[in-house]
Design a protein around this ligand. Structure first.
Ligand code: ASP
Ligand code: MG
Length: 482
């Protein structure tokens, strides 16, 4: 008998559950994942599971693809061997029957052989034609999700569910911004109706690869780092899902990154706007582009901890907007500060920085803050988390090369900065809150300050060396104002 959950008695229709890399990488976490899926399978009419690659696997694949581009065969083969050992060990240790295990191990081998072939193709291309091959690169980087989807599907079948691993390359249609693609929702919906809906109607539980898609022409793409969340939100939009649950290894959206600050606390509820800002300004839990499709259709999102399945985690929906005025969270994100000893239009430099970042990472940047005095200008750009951890370094190097060659942009000096952002509800309302927040900041050199137009953010630009102190002071302010 399906057991109804109090808050969604009306129609237990479609639920999307996404499991992050930290929840599919170990036998103990996978045991939790399995029991969660078994339980929710009883409650919902249709259940779609989305998985990330095992933690660290996408980083390794990116490295393999880079080595292949450089023609370093030993390098990418070594990575493939390590990935094989890791996935095989997991397959070995999971409670699977002999047949299920043999099929899974054969799948792992096949996928990694495919990956090696693609690396080889990329390495050969380099020798002959010396140009980049984004679709080869994307195929390599997206193998991690194909592997983890097979692992989870095998586990479901072993437990009498109709689990089927599905490669989202056949479903999710994207633009051709390789490395950071955006989904075409109408085209994706057509494919889902044609290929996925019939499976759902036959009580199959699809285990869908997060993060990957393909262009209309069939070339593989990826959705930017952390893109599996975005896959889950697109699937929700295309199936009229009732809710999306993102399962991770922390308690929900937190007041700050719990890996950095042990005192971080869970935030019970947030609005879509607050979550979009949190993701944009560096909270690594969610992909920034996942919020849009959910907000448009009013689909609630929960962020939950697989190790605490009885707890509700953080609920994100429209209601969150009616919460009291408060600072709820603080984030920090890498940025690039550019200064010039003159004032004048900033369009040239803005275009140059955006062009370089887009060319090197597929991500666009935005001017976070710009300020000018009588004789000086300062512009600060934020580097989106979806661009990956090396983006700032790549951008700086490219800028150093190109600034001297682009006199129309002016004479600028670049330096890394950190943008620390306080996020909350209706921060524009004059209730002394921001004054108290400012008053709580001590001994920190702040280079610039900006309140965001959504009225949910107050950002401080600071030297990277001061960022931790600033973040802790704002975090203490949050904890003390409860
Ligand atoms: N595996 C991909 C990444 O590491 C996507 C994801 O985890 O959401 O970025
Ligand atoms: Mg993630």
């Amino acid at each position: 008998m399906p057991r109804a959950e109090p808050e969604s008695k009306v129609s237990m229709d479609t639920l999307i559950m996404k499991f992050g890399g930290s929840t599919v990488g170990t036998t103990s976490a996978l045991t939790q994942v399995l029991s969660i899926i078994l339980e929710e399978h009883e409650r919902w009419k249709r259940l779609l599971v989305v998985v990330s690659a095992l933690e660290g696997v996408t980083d390794a694949l990116i490295e393999a693809a880079r080595l292949a581009q450089l023609g370093n065969r030993r390098g990418y083969r070594r990575i493939a061997a390590t990935l094989r050992t890791r996935h095989m060990a997991l397959a070995e240790n999971l409670p699977l029957g002999a047949t299920e295990r043999a099929v899974l191990q054969a799948d792992i081998d096949r996928l990694l052989f495919d990956m090696l072939d693609t690396c080889q193709a990329l390495a050969d291309r380099r020798l002959n034609e010396d140009y980049e091959h984004p679709e080869h690169y994307e195929a390599i980087v997206g193998v991690g999700e194909r592997l983890s989807a097979r692992i989870v599907a095998a586990l479901l079948r072993q437990n009498d569910l109709r689990g089927v691993a599905i490669d989202a390359t056949d479903l999710i249609v994207t633009d051709n911004v390789y490395g950071n693609a955006t989904v075409n929702i109408p085209l994706t919906r057509e494919r889902i109706l044609a290929h996925l809906q019939p499976m759902l109607d036959r009580q199959i539980t699809p285990v869908i690869t997060g993060f990957i898609g393909s262009t209309v022409g069939g070339h593989p793409t990826t959705l930017g780092r952390g893109g599996s969340d975005y896959t889950a939100s697109v699937l929700a939009a295309c199936t009229n899902a009732k809710e999306v649950w993102v399962w991770t290894d922390v308690d929900g959206m937190m007041t700050t990154d719990p890996r950095e600050v042990a005192e971080a606390r869970k935030i019970p509820s947030l609005s879509y706007d607050e979550v979009a800002e949190l993701a944009y300004f560096g909270a690594r839990v969610l992909h920034p582009r996942m919020v849009g499709p959910l907000r448009e259709r009013d689909i609630p999102l929960r962020v939950r901890n697989v190790f605490k399945p009885r707890e509700q985690g953080t609920l994100i929906n429209r209601e969150g907007e009616r919460d009291r005025v408060a600072v709820k969270a603080v984030t920090s994100i890498a940025g690039l500060g550019l200064s010039a000893r003159r004032r004048g239009p900033l369009a040239g430099i803005t275009r140059l920085v955006d062009d370089i970042l887009f060319r090197t990472t597929g991500s666009h940047t935005e001017v976070m803050i710009s300020s000018q005095t009588s004789g000086e200008s300062f512009v600060c750009f934020v580097i989106p988390t979806t661009a990956g951890p090396d983006a700032l370094h790549t951008l700086r190097q490219a800028l150093e090369d190109e600034l001297p060659e682009t006199p129309e942009a002016g004479v600028w000096t670049a330096r890394p900065v950190t943008v620390v952002t306080a996020i909350g509800n209706r921060l524009d309302q004059l209730n002394g809150l921001t004054a108290r927040l400012f008053a709580s900041l001590n001994d920190i050199r702040i280079l610039a300050v900006a309140q965001g137009p959504s009225n949910c953010t107050l950002s401080f630009v600071t030297e990277p060396g001061d960022a931790e102190k600033l973040l802790l002071q704002i975090h203490n302010f949050i904890l003390n104002s409860d």
